[in-house]
Ligand binder design. Sequence first.
Ligand code: F0G
Length: 457
Amino acid sequence: MKTVIEPFRIKMTEPITLISREQRIEALAKAHHNVFLLDAEDCCIDLLTDSGTGAMSAQQWAALMLGDESYAGSRSWKKFESTIKEITSIKHVFPTHQGRAAENILAQTRLRPGDVIPNNSHFDTTRANIEFVGAIALDLICAEGLDTGLIAPFKGNMDVEKLEQCIAEHGREKIPFGMITVTNNTGGGQPVSMANIRAVKAVLQKHDIPLVIDACRFAENAYFIHENEPEFQDKTLLEIAQEMFSYADAATMSCKKDGLANIGGFLICNNDKWAEEFKNLLILREGFPTYGGLAGRDLEVIAVGLKEALDYDYQVYRHATVTYLGDRLEKMGVPYVKPVGGHAVFLDSRAFLPHLAPLQYPGIGLVNALYVEGGVRSVELGSVMFGKRDADGNEVPAPLDLVRLAFPRRVYTQSHFDFLVEIISEVWQNRDKIPGHKITYQPEFLRHFTCHFQPMK
Ligand code: F0G
């Protein structure tokens, strides 16, 4: 098989530089050893997130110039709405400034304290929005999804039996809707099969519970379905996405992922009563329903981006870049979550640094070592981000300590990935020298963003 090439060439460049090792050490110390506090220009390869960090196509830049900035009923809104309806066939469309704004409106209007929302795995903003109104966010990921070394095609699936149990235990009245997140970001960017979406829908429907899809990476999920569910090998990604959304009563979306845009999101639903409540809160929080916190030009860009994300050649290339890194890690014996996800490679930092206890935060040690070695910025998804406290106030580590290398869309080329492999290899060979970290300052909520660390001697 021939090399999968980037299905684009580069028309505009943005400089990146690798500051010296001494400067990187100094920058990290100044950032209190927390890469969230670094200046972006001090990062050479920035894999902190795939959210809003993608490169726009010539078609998107051209569409941007067509932005109709009318307050109400703009041309750009009509394009935005009709594109979303073409993909989802869902009746009511509300633009939001990003995904969490859609989650906020959904949670504020539909949830009461004590309600229970099952999902395969909630993303942290989804969980936070649910918990903020006093409801409970439950993760019902399938057993394979928790086994980082197991190779299986759809490790993002929900455990349908657990869903049945959840409904039996809490009762339909306590569950205003169920969710499914495609792909499952928190669980390694693993996809959900169409069979699983159908099964989840069937269970929810039996109990008259609506299904809400967290659709951030719907196009990547459609690609995995195309590749791994034989029934879909002759379907287009658009047709697959259309079937996925046919099971949804509503969806939340961050267009910063598979909208291939730098900002934007939406909330959609079929139920007229929900729509009425969404609309009223949207006007209060985001803006008039035909722009919802976005400029007309953003609506244009998203309308083009949603369709580009469903381009098969684009998804083949995108998946090839993620797989390329996975294959190189495999050869080096570096532990990572298998198979590689749709938007990221997740290193298993607990297995990478077995000399560190979970509460010495191996994820932070690895993230910081990657930065010092090559100016690579990654993110810890482990005991700092998800650690909890027991009844006595003692810190309890997260089930897994991972480091996510998220791939911005259409941004880095193969040589960037070759460089990344060299950096990981260097860090891997010197792993026994990587120190643990302790936290010297932390805020009350979402501590990972702003806490300070100190390396241990
Ligand atoms: N749902 C999922 C599955 C996500 O991954 C994200 C964002 C959101 C909802 C919220 O969307 O950022 O537009 O408000 N994930 C980013 C990440 C931040 O780095 O994984 P948003």
